[in-house]
Design a binder for this molecule. Structure first.
Ligand code: GRG
Length: 291
C-alpha cells in the first residue's frame, strides 16, 4: 500500500467535502471567520482516522464523510478558542494568523461556536446508516467533545497552569483534552462500519493509547523543535511552567514512553489483518510527525 497516496486522497476528500459544505452560507459574515480556520489546511487526522477505522472493520471509509468531517469542525473550533488571548494567546495557527487576529476576539468566539454547532448539523446529515447507530455516534462524539472529554481536559489544563501536577493528573488532563477526540474518531468509524463488541473494545484501547503517544510526542516536539531552532540546549526552555511528559520524566524517558505506547497501540490491531494497514500507518505518522 502506498500510504502517502492513501493519506493524500483521503485528505482531498475531506477538504472537498468541507469546502462544498461551507458554500451553504448562513445569514452573516461569521461564515467567513468559520471558513478561514476550517479551510486553512491541517492534517485532517481525526476524519481520516474515522474513515481508516471503518475500513479496518471492512466498510468504505468515504461512505462516512459527513460524520468524519463533523469531527474536523469540532477540532477546528477547539483550536480557534484555544488560541484566544484568554487561553493560549497565540498569533499563528496552521501557518497563518489566528482567527481572532484577523476577525477580532468576539467574532472568533462566534466562529468557534458556529463550527461546534455546525458539526452536529453535518454529522446528522450522514446517510446509509441505521438511525440508532447515528444517534450513538453523535452521542459519543458529544461526550468526547464536552465536559467529560475535550472541554473538561482544557479546564484541567487551565487549572494546572503554573503549578506542578502529578503524572496521573497529567494523564487525565490529556485523555480529555487530546485523547477524547481520537476516541470519538475511532469509535465513530467502528460503530458506523458495524464493528462487533470485541472489535470495538480492541479499537477503543488502540485509540486511548495512540492519543497518549501523540501527546507525549507533542511534548517532545515542543522542546526539541523550538529549542533546536533557537540553538539552545534541549530542556532549557522555561517559557512556561506547565507540566509536560518531558518536564516530569525527562526527554529520554518520554521518548521511550512514546515508543512503547505506540507499539502497544499497534498490538491492539493485530486481529484486523491487512485492512487495518492504513490505521497502523496513521498511528505511526502521529507519533513520528515533524509538525
Ligand atoms: C478550547 C475547548 C477547547 C479545547 C482546546 C485541542 C485543544 C483543546 C487545544 C489545542 C492545543 C494543543 C496544542 C493541543 C495538543 C494537541 C494538538 C497537537 C492539537 C493539534 O492537533 P493537530 O496536530 O492539528 O491534529 P492540525 O492543525 O493538523 O489539525
Amino acid at each position: 500500500m502506498d500510504f502517502q497516496q492513501y493519506y493524500e486522497s483521503r485528505k482531498k476528500l475531506v477538504n472537498n467535502f468541507l469546502e462544498k459544505r461551507m458554500e451553504k452560507r448562513g445569514i452573516s459574515n461569521v461564515d467567513d471567520a468559520m471558513k478561514y480556520s476550517l479551510l486553512a489546511g491541517g492534517k485532517r487526522l481525526r476524519p481520516i482516522m474515522l474513515m481508516a477505522t471503518a475500513e479496518a472493520v471492512g466498510a468504505n471509509g468515504y461512505d462516512f464523510l459527513p460524520a468524519a468531517c463533523g469531527l474536523e469542525m469540532i477540532h477546528t473550533y477547539s483550536l480557534i478558542h484555544d488560541d484566544l488571548p484568554c487561553m493560549d494567546n497565540d498569533d499563528y495557527r496552521r501557518g497563518r494568523l489566528t482567527n481572532h487576529k484577523v476577525f477580532g476576539e468576539a467574532m472568533a468566539v462566534l466562529a468557534g461556536d458556529g463550527l461546534l454547532t455546525l458539526a452536529f448539523e453535518v454529522m446528522l446529515e450522514q446517510r446509509n446508516v441505521k438511525p440508532s447507530t447515528l444517534v450513538e455516534v453523535v452521542h459519543e462524539t458529544a461526550m468526547c467533545a464536552g465536559n467529560f472529554g475535550m472541554v473538561g481536559g482544557q479546564a484541567l489544563d487551565l487549572d494546572a497552569e503554573n503549578r506542578q501536577i502529578s503524572a496521573k493528573e497529567l494523564k487525565t488532563l490529556h485523555e480529555g483534552k487530546t485523547g477524547a477526540m481520537f476516541i470519538a474518531a475511532v469509535r465513530g468509524g467502528a460503530h458506523l462500519a458495524g464493528a462487533t463488541d470485541e472489535q470495538l473494545l480492541a479499537l477503543t484501547h488502540f485509540a486511548e493509547l495512540i492519543g497518549l503517544a501523540f501527546q507525549i510526542e507533542d511534548d517532545i516536539l515542543d522542546v526539541t523543535s523550538t529549542e533546536e531552532e533557537l540553538g539552545k540546549p534541549i530542556g532549557s526552555d522555561e517559557k512556561n511552567n506547565k507540566s509536560t511528559y518531558v518536564s516530569l520524566f525527562g526527554l529520554e524517558t518520554a521518548r521511550k514512553m512514546a515508543d512503547d505506547t505506540t507499539k502497544e497501540a499497534l498490538a491492539c490491531l493485530d486481529s484486523f489483518g491487512e485492512k487495518a494497514e492504513p490505521l497502523r500507518e496513521i498511528a505511526r505518522l502521529m507519533t513520528n510527525r515533524k509538525n
